[in-house]
Design a binder for this molecule. Structure first.
Ligand code: C2E
Ligand code: MG
Ligand code: MG
Length: 330
């Protein structure tokens, strides 16, 4: 028998009502803040990116984490407004940092299913905000989760392809839990996959570790960049390094930081430049040489920094500007 705590239910519904009643004002009054959590390259330790995470400094409820209000925003559709706000603020921050001569890294932004229901609105709003601040598209990464797709992913797939064609990068968040299917990996236009934190956090579970190794190998074969989320300890970091996962995000390096603190962070740690990032991705195609002509491969690599040509290796073409690889059909 389940005994429902009526008092707790009442409290929850009161909280949800309060969130709903105050969210529009909160946006107007700039009660939302965007925090940035650093992502570091596992081999060099350099900063390679960050994830934008929303926070709400509520006048009555105080500091609120997204877990408390995102479900309400999703249910009401307000998430589209909140995410557009996070995108706009991030463009403004990137512009400000670039104007100050601070080295910047790509920022990954979360998204929700509801935002993709109007096929043109999502992309046109993103393009407008990015252009207004004159921010290069490749600095903006869109995070999607598998739970967004349901049975028919063709609609979302189409929008994501248009986003990617414009130059935004696409990341698959929380991979390995819930709805993970190989179909998602095969069908979606992806650049990066973020392994769910449950993998590194269950480092002592041999079964989970075998699944993690299998996932990493599969993703590497698909030429996708891999990020491990939720890395907190040295032991977890070493495990991620052993698996040659590209980057880590987690308390091991840093918690999410308010914009001002992240600005200081950008100035205080070594940052991987875009060109270095691209080169790393190309060189990391370790099996590249064994596919094709090694001399040609090295010749092309030596021209990499000139940005004059796209690199062709075996059945993959690598776009120098973005570092993306495309599989070639015969
Ligand atoms: P997510 O996108 O998977 O973000 C990662 C979450 O893991 C963040 O929680 C982050 O603070 C937390 N985290 C990072 N490193 C560690 C670690 O080492 N250990 C542990 N235990 N946790 C770590 P946060 O900020 O509370 O966000 C929770 C979720 O809320 C996010 O999960 C995302 O799904 C959603 N969210 C956050 N901001 C936004 C937003 O602006 N828009 C949308 N649509 N969703 C958002
Ligand atoms: Mg995320
Ligand atoms: Mg995640």
């Amino acid at each position: 028998m389940i005994i429902m705590d009526q008092h707790a239910i009442k409290k929850t519904s009161d909280l949800q009502s309060l969130i709903e009643e105050t969210m529009h004002t909160a946006l107007k009054e700039e009660q939302f803040q965007v925090y940035y959590q650093p992502k570091h390259d596992t081999q060099t330790g350099k900063l390679v990116g960050a994830e934008a995470l929303i926070r709400w400094i509520h006048p009555e409820l105080g500091f609120m984490s997204p877990g408390a209000f995102i479900p309400v925003f999703e249910r009401t559709g307000f998430i589209a407004e909140a995410d557009a706000y996070v995108w706009g603020k991030t463009c403004q921050n990137l512009r400000r940092w670039m104007d100050k001569g601070i080295p910047v890294v790509p920022i990954s932004l979360n998204s929700s299913r509801i935002e993709f229901s109007d096929d043109q609105l999502y992309l046109s709003r993103r393009i407008e905000m990015t252009r207004q601040c004159n921010v290069p598209a490749q600095l903006m990464h869109i995070e999607v989760t598998e739970s967004m797709f349901g049975k028919d992913m063709s609609e979302v797939q189409q929008i994501l392809e248009e986003c990617r064609d414009y130059g935004f990068m696409i990341e698959l968040d929380d991979f390995g839990i819930g709805y993970s299917t190989l179909q998602t990996l095969g069908q979606l236009p992806l650049d990066v996959v973020k392994l769910d934190m449950s993998f590194v956090q269950q480092i002592d579970d041999p079964k989970k570790q075998r699944i993690m190794t299998g996932c990493v190998n599969l993703l590497k074969n698909m030429k996708l960049r891999i990020v491990a989320e939720g890395v907190e300890t040295e032991r977890q970091y070493q495990r991620v390094k052993e698996l040659e996962i590209d980057a880590v995000q987690g308390y091991y390096y840093s918690r999410p930081l308010p914009a001002q603190e992240f600005e200081e962070y950008l100035m205080s740690v070594p940052v991987m430049t875009h060109e270095e990032g691209v080169a790393r991705h190309v060189v990391r195609q370790e099996d590249v040489a064994s596919y094709g002509d090694i001399d040609q491969c090295q010749f092309l690599l030596s021209h990499l920094m000139t940005g004059l040509l796209n690199m062709w290796v075996s059945s993959f073409v690598i776009d120098i500007r973005s570092g993306r690889s495309y599989e070639m059909s015969d």
